[in-house]
Ligand binder design. Structure first.
Ligand code: FE2
Length: 319
């Protein structure tokens, strides 16, 4: 595969305070250099005999490929972010920024502080969209590969010295100010709208259950506040194997729900759970609802409590 050089999106002669010389050098030497390097590595990999190649050589090539590919992709976003009049983002994106950061000012204050903290060093400051959380986040990419997994950079500020020393010398703060005056927010917003159509990764979707579940962090807060009755209904063999139970929780055998249901109060909601929050917890919650309790099952079950850091005590599965 041959990676093509993408044309420069912004018109260098129209930028405010960033010289054509700077942009040309950046585009031709650094962006172009990344694409050339990527093609050279790709050619080497395509010709490689992987059966014979030693591990350190392969490791080196794959790492360099990742560096060059990310450098290529980030530089393309960097140049495509420029060519505007700066100012404020348009409404859709401004609203997204406010939702993620509290306000435009708050976002900018963090973004600029991060860029200044990189002065004299090198790296990228990115605003990226994370589909899992449907939110924007500022991140460093001190080396090109340090991007958030599945995160989609929508705005990229290059803080490698090659991006400013021709015009600004060591005055990185002046470069950051000037760069802001050139952001093309309409393009950034378009990139955000494309990114926002990406669905969260599938494994995070909850399976369908016949009754509503309750999140483990909610249950833990209610349990600590004494607002809910929580019953661990893992099968007996699970508890006797794991020998532990969440503090403040009673264990009851899910096979005998009709016997122990009368211990519960109808004045407070009831949460029940099994090992991982699947069928047994759900089935027990349904039985309790049929008996007139405000019962829900805990999503993620015992394991989710452990993941939350809940304290446990020893329990051998006896009533
Ligand atoms: Fe660069």
């Amino acid at each position: 595969m041959k990676y093509e050089i993408a044309p420069i999106w912004c018109r260098p002669w129209l930028l405010h305070g960033l010289s054509e010389k700077l942009i040309e050098s950046h585009y031709e030497n650094n962006y172009g250099g990344a694409v050339r390097k990527l093609n050279a590595i790709t050619a080497k990999l395509e010709a490689a005999d992987f059966e014979k190649m030693l591990a350190p050589e392969l490791n080196g090539l794959k790492r360099e490929q990742l560096l060059a590919l990310n450098s290529t992709l980030l530089h393309e976003i960097y140049f495509a972010c420029l060519g505007g009049e700066g100012g404020r983002p348009p409404k859709v994106f401004a609203d997204a920024i406010t939702e993620s950061f509290g306000s435009y000012e708050r976002w900018k204050s963090e973004f600029v502080a991060m860029a200044k903290a990189l002065s004299g060093g090198s790296g990228w400051v990115l605003m990226s969209y994370v589909p899992r959380d449907k939110r924007l986040i500022n991140q460093y990419a001190s080396e090109h590969p340090q991007a958030i997994v599945t995160g989609m950079p929508v705005l990229a500020l290059d803080m490698y010295e090659h991006a400013y020393h021709i015009d600004f010398g060591a005055n990185a703060a002046a470069y950051i100010d000037t760069w802001f005056r050139n952001i093309d927010w309409a393009v950034v917003q378009g990139r955000y709208q494309d990114a926002a159509q990406t669905l969260p990764p599938r494994p995070l979707e909850q399976p369908e259950f016949p009754i509503p579940g309750i999140r483990v962090d909610e249950v833990k807060a209610m349990l600590d506040a004494g607002e809910i009755q929580v019953i661990d209904t893992r099968p007996r063999h699970f508890v006797s194997r794991q020998q532990e139970i969440v503090d403040g929780v009673k264990w009851r055998d899910p096979e005998r729900v009709q016997e122990w249901a009368s211990e519960l109060s109808k004045e407070q909601p009831v949460a029940v759970y099994c090992a991982y929050g699947f069928h047994i917890g759900c089935k027990t919650a349904i039985a309790l609802r049929d008996a007139g309790f405000d019962a829900r099952f805990v999503q993620g079950g015992h394991s989710a409590f452990k993941a939350l850091g809940a304290k446990t005590r020893k329990h051998d599965g006896s009533d």
